[in-house]
Write a protein that binds this ligand. Structure first.
Ligand SMILES: [Cu+2]
Length: 115
């Protein structure tokens, strides 16, 4: 039991350093699982500078159709994708994949609801 506690503690101490090595989202707008009445853009701010040529962000509606056609605008650590004005109410999925300047790729997805 003591060994188990030691291992858990060790892993907990190590993971912040691992997190520093790759680009992780620090700010997401809208936030994950948010219920919003208005949304003009998806904005993600990462912990590392991004390589614009290798970063993608796609937004899908509840039917799985892409609602964004533009490429993301990338400035340093921030990635922005404008959304159409006439976005229908419903659940949306944001899927992103980025490469930070250290050459590592991170990707994830999350959802929000436009009400
Ligand atoms: Cu890395």
């Amino acid at each position: 039991m003591r060994l188990f506690a030691f291992v858990v503690c060790f892993v907990a101490l190590q993971s912040p350093q691992l997190a520093l090595a790759h680009a992780k989202p620090q700010v997401q707008s809208p936030t994950a699982n948010a219920i919003v009445s208005e949304v003009k853009e998806i904005r993600l701010q990462f912990s590392e500078r991004l390589e614009p040529a290798f970063c993608t962000l796609t937004v899908f509606n509840a039917e799985g159709q892409k609602v964004v056609l533009d490429k993301p605008q990338i400035n340093d650590k921030t990635l922005v994708v404008p959304l159409p004005d006439n976005l229908a109410k419903g659940r949306y999925t944001v899927k992103w994949s980025v490469v930070s300047v250290d050459g590592h790729r991170t990707k994830s997805s999350y959802q929000f609801v436009l009400k």
